[in-house]
Design a protein around this ligand. Sequence first.
Ligand SMILES: [Zn+2]
Length: 371
Amino acid sequence: MNEARAWKGPILDGHVHMGDLGEREPLLGIMDATGADRMALVSIQDPRAGAGLGPSLVAKALHPDRFYVFAGPNHAQHLSGGAVVTPSLAAQAQRFARIGCDGMKLLEGKPTSRREVDVPITDPYFAEFWECVEGLGTPLIWHVGDPETFWDPARIPGWARDNQWGYGPEDVALEVLYTEVDAVLARHPRLRVAFAHFYFLSADLDRAGRFLDDHPTVSFDLAPGIEMLYNMSEEPVRAREFFIRYADRIVFGTDIWSGMALEEARHRAGMVHRWLVTEDEFRVSPNADYLLGPPEDGIIRGMALPDDVLERVFCRNFERFAGVRPRPLDAAGAADVCDEIARAAQGLSGTPTSETQAGQAADRLRAVASD
Ligand SMILES: [Zn+2]
C-alpha cells in the first residue's frame, strides 16, 4: 500500500519539473512513490544556460508512455538584441508540435519572467505565436501572476521573502497581467490553456468561476502554491461545491521537481491527494519541502470529493486536454532542436555547446534515434 496515495484510480500528474539528465531515474522513483503513472514535464528554457528542455525530451524518448513534454519558448534572439538568431516563437511552436511535444509551457505572465523579457503578451512580438498555437490547438500550461501576497510586504510568506520573491512598484501588477490575458483570450477564444496554480484565484472563487464560464476552453491546474489549499480550506463546503460544479475544468498537478528528496515529493503529492480525497483536517508536514512553508502557517481541510469528480481531476481532464497517451517523439528531430538551443546558449553566454544540458541531451537523443 502506498501511503502517499489516497486515491486508488489512475493518477496523471499534470505539472512536474525535470532537472538535470541524471535526475531521470530519481524521477521514476518519485512517480512510483506518489502513484503517478504518467507525468507532464513542464519545461521552461533557460536560454543562457541552454537548460530546461533537453532532459525532458530525453525522458520522453526513453519512457514514451510515461512523460508528456510541454516545451517553453526560447527568447535568445530577443535577449541578444538580434545578435543570436533563433526561429520565431510561432516557428518554435510549429517545430515542437512536429517533433511530438505534447504542448507548450508558458511562464510569460509571471512577474519574474516579465523582468527578463519585458514584453507584454499583447505585444506584436507574440501576435503570430498566439495565432499559431490557436490554429494548431496546442495545449498550453501557462503560469500567469503569482500569489497576491507577493505584492504586499506585510503579507508575503517568510519562505517567499527569503527567496526575494516579493514584488514592488517597479514590477508588473497582478491585475495588469489578468487584463492582458483577457485581451489575448478575447482575440484568440479557441486557445486551449490550463492556467497553472489555479490562476492564483483561489481566494476569490466567484471570480474563478466567472473566468471559467467566460472561457470554455481553459482550465486550472492544482499545482500548489500552498496558499491555494489554505484559501480554499477557509470555506471547504464552498470549495467542494466549486470542484463539483467545475469538475471538468480542474487538472491535478503537484509542481514536484526531479531533484527533490523522495520523502518531500511524497509529502507534496500526498498533501494534495489528502485534500482532494479525504475530509481530514491537517497541516503541512514538518518534513515537507521549504516551498510549502512550516506547519503553523495554516490548516488544510479535505474536500472528500466524489469518485467521479476525482477521476476527472486526477486524470481524465488532462487526457482530454493533451491526449490519453503522450505523443510519440521524433528523437532525431528533438536532437536537432536541442542542438539549436545549445548553439543559442553559446551565442548568448559563451558556454560551450557540449557543456549545456541541451548539447548533452542532443547526444542522448541521437543515440535513441539510431537504436
Ligand atoms: Zn511549476
